[in-house]
Design a protein around this ligand. Sequence first.
Ligand code: G1P
Length: 287
Amino acid sequence: MSLIKKAVIPIAGFGTRFLPITKSVPKEMIPILDKPTIHYIVEEAVNSGITDILFVTSKHKKCIEDYFDNFKELENVLELSGNYEMLNIIKDISNMANISFVRQKEQKGLGHAIYHAKAFVGSDPFCVLLGDDLIYNDNKPCLKQLIDIHDDYGGSVIGVQKVDFKDVDKYGIIDGVEVYKDLYEVKNLIEKPHVDHAPSNIAILGRYIISPSIFEFLEEGLVGKGGEIQLTDSILKLLTNEKVYAYNFEGIRYDIGNKLGYLEATIDYALRDNSINRDLTRYLKER
Ligand code: G1P
């Protein structure tokens, strides 16, 4: 059994790529079918053995707290009307994990957001999941794959996949030595490099197992790419004393932070849903 039980999910961002809806609805609450995207992220964590989740949040995200809270009045209505199936679904959402929240008062970058988890994390390695990366694997969740690597090899573990070279400037990019099939020992990391300076096209895709020593470096608050405190820069510093691995995980990854990726996810999840896939297929063929 893995000792990794804690996950941090930063949700403080403005979601500017989805304005105007994100003016009043957090991007994490935009649905894929009938569940908000953040539900899928929490589900992945829980299905990977995580019991405690910290959301690093901000103003205007209160409905995410409500979503994971219980709602007795609604449960009573569902019970009285005999809708036990939905009653169980609703109850399960508030029992998925021990969820807590900390406010990030200013948005100074991903590294700054993760620094807010210092007290929650304590002295064990912990996970980070980013909500813009939705990863589908109905056999073994991406995060569980990384936890298994950590349990075998120790150190920090970053989830990666290859991307087109033309897209390397959208990601943290790693340079490493393949020590086993799909497993790299990381030698360097660069946040959003220009294609001419990218050491590879192996991109960090929103899933991490991180050593608690990261907080020593995050505390320095060094400003990096885009004028932000980057998590990638502090992971680079970890390399001085500790091993960092990158694992080319199995799973389909959707970039739901952009409109096309979001639509692709919506269509694929609907095609996997027995209650809707036949009608949707017919509709798509007609189109
Ligand atoms: C963040 C990380 C970057 C990573 C990306 C994955 O960037 O800083 O290293 O590749 O997430 O989605 P962001 O997209 O938040 O700017």
